[in-house]
Design a protein around this ligand. Structure first.
Ligand SMILES: *Cc1c(COP(=O)(O)O)cnc(C)c1O
Length: 394
């Protein structure tokens, strides 16, 4: 049987690995040596599950969306990651990594952030544990995402602007890596998605896998069957999707659909549809599929949703794509915005624009009789109200 998981060398098929400067070998080696053992340690598990329950508010509900189901003539459940503390799935990962950092004796936490969602989730757990927090963020993003910058500062984090390149996410990531190279002994770098050098993609996927773990028993409780016909999730780097897919990977009866951002359209040059437009390459420490020019320069991605405009995808996704285990599709800004409005009107739930991309794909699916679909509602739309207001003239 094909394996969809990482091998001992840190690869998923052709993808993955750890393409890092020599200065970081000791840090990555240390993580590799401890992460699996730590995650399996009953004491770690107890603390992690305890925080997910009492601090994050898990299990997140699996909600039968009746009016949405009626509209599409099939049965649709929403996995409500929007109801987590801080409003999205990202906290599942930062809670896991802060416990790991604590066990490694690290006193200083660094992170990169684009829209600020991962920065907020990191600042949150640093406040929780009383650890120093430094968040690198592109200067342009700092201007665009003022409320999230304020949240991070209020929780005691230092936000450092990345002033190089396009002054956005990839530049912030470079700055964070540079910091880690200069402070290897006392610092843990919390990466926000299933990207980066091995073991990050596997580690983050394991922390996010709580999403599908809960979905299985919740669905069983509600329908008598733990497997749906389809699961859908949006993909930026791919962490909510990986969490949603994880416990279904080896279940061939479950179709996995990953929805990327087509931006203004895949032919316009303003897009983030990585599997369609990208090719194999190395980005931020691993071999994956990357949007790049003929001579290998990373292309600046675009999406109306700040969480999806990343020029790559995690290596496990690249493998799921290449092996055809999951289907990768894309949705434009306009389609996502309409789907966000529709969910608000039909269910009284305003989704993050990222999550709205997954919902938009329901319009393009053909259901055979009454099938069961689970959509990962990765985050709530409060952070996107300004964008919704401008777009719909509200
Ligand atoms: C950050 C974010 C995403 C995209 O990140 P993934 O790693 O692909 O999950 C999706 N939805 C929300 C709400 C986010 O905040």
């Amino acid at each position: 049987m094909m394996s969809y998981h990482v091998n001992e060398k840190g690869y998923y098929g052709n993808f993955g690995g750890a393409y890092i400067p020599e200065m970081l070998y000791p840090n990555i080696k240390e993580l590799n040596e401890v992460y699996l053992e730590m995650i399996a340690d009953p004491k770690f598990k107890e603390e992690y599950m305890g925080l997910l329950k009492d601090y994050v508010g898990r299990p997140s509900p699996l909600y039968l969306a009746e009016r949405l189901s009626e509209k599409y003539g099939t049965t649709i459940y929403l996995k409500r990651e929007d109801l987590n503390h801080t409003g999205a799935h990202k906290i599942n990962n930062t809670v896991g990594q802060i416990l790991l950092a604590e066990r490694l004796g690290k006193k200083r936490i660094i992170a990169e952030t684009g829209a600020g969602q991962h920065g907020v989730a990191t600042a949150t757990v640093c406040a929780l544990k009383g650890l120093e927090c430094i968040v690198y963020m592109g200067e342009v993003d700092i201007e665009r995402q003022a409320p999230n910058v304020a949240r991070m500062k209020m929780m005691g984090a230092t936000v450092i602007p990345a002033l190089s390149g396009s002054r956005t996410l990839k530049d912030a990531t470079n700055e964070a890596l540079r910091d880690w190279i200069n402070n290897p002994a006392d610092t843990h770098y919390i990466i926000g998605s299933v990207v980066g050098p091995h073991p990050y993609p596997d580690m983050v996927a394991r922390f996010q896998s709580i999403i599908s773990e809960e979905t299985k028993w919740q669905l069983k409780e509600k329908t008598g069957k733990s497997n749906p016909d389809y699961v859908l999730a949006c993909v930026g780097g791919g962490s909510n999707a990986m969490g949603m897919f994880y416990h279904f990977l080896d279940d061939d009866d479950v179709k996995l659909i990953a929805v990327e951002a087509a931006g203004k359209g895949v032919e316009t040059g303003e897009s983030a549809a990585t599997t369609l437009l990208g090719k194999e390459g190395v980005l931020h420490g691993s071999r994956s599929i990357v949007m790049q020019t003929e001579d290998g320069q990373v292309v600046e991605p675009y999406s109306i949703s700040a969480g999806l405009d990343y020029p790559g995808i995690g290596p496990q996704h690249a493998h799921l794509y290449a092996s055809k285990r999951a289907e990768y599709v894309s949705i434009t800004d306009d389609e996502a915005m309409q789907a966000g409005l529709q969910l608000a009107k039909l269910e009284g739930i305003i989704p993050a624009i990222e999550s709205a991309h997954a919902f938009a794909y329901l319009d393009k699916m053909k259901f055979e009789g009454n099938e069961t679909v689970v959509v990962c509602l990765s985050g709530r739309g409060d952070k996107d109200l300004d964008t919704y207001m401008k777009y719909f003239g509200l």
